[in-house]
Design a protein around this ligand. Structure first.
Ligand code: NAD
Length: 411
């Protein structure tokens, strides 16, 4: 699975490198991660036993600025998956033009088996292992799957024990600790702006569109809320517990309130229950994968009904599925643009931390809208002028900028 994630990331990079005419040597340089760190995180559990977990931080590229990328706590995390995700971050920060490079981290752990105090201990042990290679001008982690603002607060606090007060060491923090207004919603909001930009370019509108979403965590639930607020109908959602469909449109706020109380949608009565993976092929106009990578494959791509796919998740589409979508005329808004709202507002948070000057939420959302619009302009121009997919266009823009920055700095 995670070996596939790296192969897929390299495949998309190699295709873009070919279009850009990059030499083999330069391609190898751009693909090779700058640093890979693997640390032991041992904690004493609440029942007195010892638990040992392995944590990773991969710093892919910093030609355009400090390494930047999320931290994932999941039982499938390994060095290859983290390396693939770190590479995606390099191209993503470049596509939206924020002055960061790419990195990613993770711990191989099933968070549902740990208490809050065990998670705090685990996070602090991880920081003990990596504090020398992270920092506000070095490498700045953020939330990803099964990490959240509380996780970032623990990192901020543990890092301060080594280096003093430095809120810019992580983004996605609670607002009380220097987090940015609008950060929690940012990835979902970025998906909305990305989709609106595409619809505007192709003469469509969101009103009345039927939307299905896989994943109902940070990205999926905010996307549901924001798409619904713009007049779309959310006809299906899925999380770890299964899929939930309602042709009349689900009550998003009710579903969010239910998950806040019960952790998942299991037992929620607001929709008909279907198999979790069936959400991907459910009848809809817009599909938003917002959970794990590698879910749209050659096995199910032919059955996907949506005409627009907004990649909220990182790496949800395999190259074989991508090819099928291209043949079917499905617009795939690629992850390195579609879900870049998170890292964009992380950049705003970091800028606020560095200046000790905080913005109104309205300003955050407007700046995000502007960044997503500008990035779309460049991407759409490449799509049309080169007659390539939006994914290839995003890679051409992202890789091209990193290549130029790397060349300017010299070996
Ligand atoms: P999260 O932990 O908040 O939520 C994950 C959701 O996915 C949960 O609802 C969970 O139940 C669901 N899920 C897990 N396994 C599933 C499965 N097999 N089938 C269906 N649903 C499943 O995570 P998140 O922060 O919302 O991240 C989701 C995706 O978005 C990830 O791919 C992440 O890399 C990507 N992403 C997140 C951000 C961010 O700012 N949080 C930014 C960019 C990209």
């Amino acid at each position: 699975m995670s070996k596939d994630a790296l192969e897929n990331a390299n495949f998309y990079f190699d295709s873009a490198a070919k279009i850009l005419g990059l030499s083999h040597d330069v391609s190898v340089q751009l693909k090779t991660p700058h640093r890979q760190v693997k640390v032991e995180c041992t904690i004493q559990k609440d029942d007195g036993t010892i638990g040992t977990y392995v944590g990773y931080r991969v710093q892919h590229d910093n030609a355009r600025g400090p390494f930047k990328g999320g931290l994932r706590y999941h039982y499938e995390v390994d060095d290859q998956e983290v390396t693939a995700l770190a590479q995606l971050m390099t191209w993503k920060t470049s596509v939206v033009g924020v002055p960061f490079g790419g990195g990613k981290g993770g711990i191989n752990v099933d968070t549902s088996k740990l208490s809050e105090s065990e998670l705090s201990q685990l996070t602090r042990k991880f920081v003990d292992g990596i504090y020398e290679v992270i920092g506000p001008t070095t490498d700045i982690p953020a939330p990803d799957m099964y990490t959240n603002a509380q996780t970032m607060a623990w990192i901020f606090d543990q890092y301060a024990k080594y280096r003093g007060y430095a809120p810019g060491v992580v983004t996605g923090k609670p607002v009380e600790l220097g987090g940015s207004l609008g950060r929690a919603a940012a990835t979902g909001r970025g998906c909305l702006f990305a989709c609106q930009n595409l619809l505007e370019a192709t003469g469509g509108t969101l009103a009345g569109k039927r939307v299905a979403i896989q994943g109902f965590g940070n990205v999926g639930s905010w996307a549901a809320r924001l798409f619904a607020a713009e007049g779309a109908k959310i006809v299906g959602v899925a999380d770890l517990s299964g899929g939930y469909v309602n042709e009349a449109g689900i009550d998003v706020e009710d579903a969010i309130a239910y998950v806040a109380q019960h952790r998942t949608l299991a037992g929620w009565s607001g929709a008909d229950r279907i198999d979790g993976s069936a959400i991907l092929v459910t009848d809809c106009d817009i599909l938003i994968p917002a959970a794990l990578g590698g879910v749209l494959t050659k096995e199910n791509a032919g059955d996907v009904a949506a005409k627009v796919i907004v990649e909220g998740a990182n790496g949800p589409t395999t190259p074989q599925a991508d090819e099928i979508f291209a043949k079917k005329g499905v617009h795939v808004i690629p992850d390195i643009y579609a879900n870049a709202g998170g890292v964009t507002v992380s950049y705003f948070e970091w800028a606020q931390n560095m200046q000790h000057f905080y913005w109104e939420e309205e300003k955050v959302n407007e700046e995000l809208r502007r960044v997503m619009k500008n990035a779309f302009g460049a991407l759409w121009h490449e799509t049309k002028s080169r007659n390539i997919s939006m994914r290839m266009a995003a890679y051409v823009v992202g890789v091209g900028r990193v290549h130029r920055a790397t060349a300017l700095r010299g070996v």
